[in-house]
Design a protein around this ligand. Structure first.
Ligand code: ADP
Ligand code: MG
Length: 638
């Protein structure tokens, strides 16, 4: 085979372009990425060698080599290596569609002003181009005799050719950009600088990172015998598994660096949780709550490198879904179990009792930590809630993972003001005699705040919570209770109003019977039968003439929309139109209908009432043109 030229995939080109022109000041993280890849490759080999005896995982290490004259830095490992096809695939394309879309949405100026954005997704290898203008990779797959050389200048192409390599594994050689090309980048041809970066970011990598001591090879006259010996290897990382060390021994900074190492996040975590299980079996865990949501949090192809599973310090997998329920998928960290078999399979993980206990412990600890933040560091918690609230609420959905404790963590805006409130705080403010927790769901908070459904609640000084996330329609449809108070939708039929509004009229009592209104209801039930299920007189309105409510047991419009979006065929649920019998528009219509119920104005006004009730809650008219014509006619008649 001669050397072949390949085009990078379009998205990869884009990413490389971002890297090469990045203004990101902390360019030294490239080394963390390369060491992390080397460490991954050693992990993979070690794991495969457990079952494949033809593979040898001996003297596993990472080596750094600096060549001052050539201005190169090489990171090599004796790990799993790559085949030719793997090199093309792994170092030429970006496989996941989520990353692709995110890249497309990133403009060059975004990347320049908020360079940490490119760190959000595991761009690992390509970070080489932050400091290099040419990168060469030589790799030999474990178990194979062949080695290949991948080479690229970060322009649109890379080449691939044959190479020789004595042992299995991979070497990545960076041809460093000219000196002082860029402020803020250490001189990477200085071994001590490289060493400093390794200590800072990769100290706890579980394999020795070796560097060769630079010594004069020519012995001087007064040389001691050891000076003439060939240069020696030195291990520059401590290799200590951070989760095995006593908490008092580890600094916050070390914990944070470890977090960055496993999460590829470029900022510090918001909180960390350590736990240790002893007794029937032993396990340790070190978990982190990130400050920012990854861009693919809500994508089905989300890269779930959340909690890494180790067994007796041996890395097993980094996407261990069995350890964390889906609604905590943003948690990062490590679990190290002492008593699981190393060759643990997916099936074992799913059924294993220890794994279940660890998972329970993770859930408990993380929710406790979030609860502590909510009560002690409210501002931080609110920021966290903005990032992860919608995910956490998935923990309230009906499933084996459902956890009532998440209710304690819920924050929501309310009619009380601009601040977010917890359910407990809401309950503390409940009016005497109030049994239910009132809420309104709407995709838009602005629309929710103006909803006519609020009128009766405002008139009685009752607080109403607003829920605006997709997931809210789902968990709130499950008849949730909090501290024995039912959560009730104010646009539903289950609302009980405890306190009389300013007027003498007592609460839940039906509005005083009025034969004209009753007759109007009968007429409108016929004239609006295509649109609504029923027409009733209402006590929940003060200023608006009409509103729509969801009947007992019926699907809410938010739920209907959600199901439709998810591709399920849902029949249209008709709602109930409630009229305000005290509103002049309704009274006038009642008069009109009692004079002549076949008057065409009766049915057109009925349509107007229905249409504006729908519009005022942010709904969509099925025939906007017809509605507009009715309004225009009304203006002409006036
Ligand atoms: P990630 O590590 O998040 O998968 P990277 O861009 O860092 O993304 O690396 C891309 C892929 O290239 C890796 O998943 C791995 O398959 C391969 N790779 C990179 N470095 C090495 C290495 N030193 N040894 C073996 N494979 C490697
Ligand atoms: Mg990587």
């Amino acid at each position: 085979m001669t050397t072949e030229k390949h085009e990078f995939q379009a998205e990869t080109k884009r990413l490389l372009d971002l890297m090469i022109h990045s203004l990101y000041s902390n360019k030294e993280i490239f080394l963390r990425e390369l060491i992390s890849n080397a460490s991954d490759a050693l992990d993979k080999l070690r794991y495969q060698a457990l079952t494949d005896t033809s593979l040898a995982a001996e003297d596993q290490h990472i080596r750094l080599t600096v060549d001052k004259a050539a201005r190169t830095l090489t990171v090599s490992d004796n790990g799993i290596g790559m085949t030719r096809a793997e090199m093309i695939q792994n170092l030429g394309t970006i496989a996941r569609s989520g990353t692709k879309e995110f890249l497309e949405s990133l403009t060059k100026s975004d990347a320049a002003s908020r360079p940490e954005l490119i760190g959000q997704f595991g761009v690992g290898f390509y970070a080489s181009f932050l400091v290099a203008d040419k990168v060469e990779v030589v790799s030999r797959r474990a178990g194979s005799e062949e080695a290949f050389l991948w080479s690229s200048g970060g322009d649109g192409t890379f080449t691939l050719g044959e190479a020789t390599r004595a042992e299995q594994g991979t070497s990545v050689t960076l041809h460093l950009k000219p000196e002082n090309d860029d402020e803020g980048v250490a001189d990477l041809t200085q071994p001590w600088q490289v060493e400093r970066i390794v200590r800072k970011y990769s100290d706890f990598v579980a394999y020795p990172i070796r560097m060769r001591e630079d010594r004069p090879l020519v012995a001087s006259a007064d040389a001691k015998p050891e000076d003439t010996a060939p240069p020696e290897d030195r291990v520059i990382n401590s290799m200590k598994a951070i989760w095995m060390r006593a908490k008092s021994e580890v600094s916050d900074d070390e914990y944070n660096q470890f977090y960055k190492h496993i999460s590829h996040d470029w900022s510090d975590p918001v909180a960390r949780v350590a736990f240790s299980i002893e007794g029937n079996f032993e396990a340790k865990g070190l978990l982190f709550i990130p400050g920012k949501a990854p861009f693919d949090l809500f994508r089905s192809d989300m890269k779930r490198k959340g909690v890494h599973l180790y067994i007796k310090r041996v890395f097993i997998k980094d996407d261990c879904e069995e350890l964390v329920p889906h609604y905590l998928r943003f948690i990062k960290g490590v679990v190290d179990a002492e008593d699981l078999p190393l060759n643990v399979s997916r099936e074992i993980l799913q059924q294993n009792g220890q794994v279940r206990v660890i998972r329970k412990q993770i859930v408990k600890k993380v929710l406790e930590q979030l609860g502590a933040l909510a009560s002690n560091e409210r501002e931080t918690y609110e920021e966290l809630w903005a990032e992860f609230g919608a995910v956490l609420k998935e923990g309230l959905l009906y499933s084996p993972d459902k956890n009532e404790k998440v209710l304690d963590l819920v924050l929501a805006p309310s009619t009380q003001g601009e601040k977010l409130t917890t359910l407990a705080e809401y309950v503390g403010r409940m009016k005497e005699g109030q049994k239910q927790i009132y809420f309104l769901t709407n995709a838009s908070l602005e629309l929710a705040r103006q909803s006519p459904h609020l009128e009766a609640f405002k008139a009685r000084g009752l607080e109403v919570l607003f829920f605006t996330d997709h997931v809210d329609a789902l968990w709130l449809s499950q008849n949730e209770t909090f501290q024995e108070h039912r959560l009730v939708a104010i646009d539903g039929a289950d609302v009980e109003l405890p306190i009389a509004s300013g007027s003498a009229e007592s609460e839940n009592e039906a509005p005083a019977a009025d034969p004209e209104i009753d007759a109007l209801l009968v007429t409108l039930r016929v004239s609006l039968q295509e649109e609504v299920k029923d027409v009733r007189s209402s006590s929940r309105l003060t200023d608006s003439p009409a509103c729509l409510i969801t009947d007992k047991g019926d699907m809410t419009p938010q739920m209907e929309k959600l199901l439709r979006v998810s591709g399920q065929p849902v029949p249209k649920t008709k709602r109930v139109l409630e009229l305000n019998p005290k509103h002049p528009a309704v009274q006038k219509l009642a008069k009109l209908a009692s004079a002549n119920k076949d008057d065409p104005r009766v049915s057109s006004n009925a349509q107007l009432l229905y249409g504006q009730a729908l519009l005022s809650e942010g709904g969509q008219l099925s025939n906007p043109a017809a509605f507009a014509k009715l309004v225009a006619d009304l203006m002409v008649a006036a």
